[in-house]
Design a protein around this ligand. Structure first.
Ligand SMILES: [Zn+2]
Length: 195
């Protein structure tokens, strides 16, 4: 028959075992919590890494776009220059895109007249030494080439007839660039030209 003292001692032993087990459990729980915390941290790191990767991807995409757009703008700028097929039709509308007025056309006859009167053919003011033309910098001019001299002439078949052609040397253009022009049209274009 166990004594009261023996029972209490056994109970206390059991208490100690349970307490030790509980302590062990607590340690396990704490360890689990630490592990869970580390996993959360790792997940956050992973998220950060993903965000970083996304940012990088976006940056790469932005750079690619920039590269594309710069590749794209180059031919656009080039196309602003009038191409032979577009000459005189859309060439001027391209000019208006860059907010410049369309070039003002100065026929050779008008130019010759202004020169004869001693006027600047860009702004109609007296053309004096050192004339600084304000129009020259703000307005684009298309000056019709002016004939310098007739180098030669010939007779060519024109349709069913024969017609005269002049070999025209143009002002400011080398003589080697002289062009053959039909005499009839030439005299119409440059009525004041002394043949
Ligand atoms: Zn002027």
């Amino acid at each position: 028959m166990a004594t009261m003292e023996e029972v209490l001692k056994a109970l206390m032993e059991q208490q100690k075992v349970i307490a030790a087990q509980m302590e062990e459990q607590n340690q396990k729980i704490e360890e689990q919590q630490r592990l869970f915390g580390r996993m959360v941290d790792q997940f956050k790191e992973f998220e950060k890494a993903m965000e970083y990767a996304r940012c990088q991807e976006e940056t790469v995409q932005a750079l690619k776009l920039q590269e594309k757009s710069s590749k794209f703008t180059t031919p656009v700028q080039k196309s602003m220059l009038p191409t032979p097929s577009k000459m005189g039709t859309t060439a001027f509308s391209h000019q208006s895109n860059v907010q410049k007025p369309p070039p003002r056309f100065i026929p050779a006859s008008e130019r010759a007249e202004k020169i004869a009167k001693g006027l600047c053919y860009y702004c109609d003011k007296p053309f004096e030494r050192g004339h600084k033309c304000a129009n020259r910098t703000t307005q684009l001019f298309l000056v019709e080439p002016h004939p310098k001299q007739i180098l030669s002439q010939r007779i060519k078949k024109r349709g069913s007839r024969a017609a005269v052609q002049y070999l025209v040397e143009w002002e400011g253009v080398p003589a080697t660039e002289a062009t053959w022009e039909w005499a009839a049209e030439f005299e119409q274009r440059f009525p004041h030209f002394q043949l």
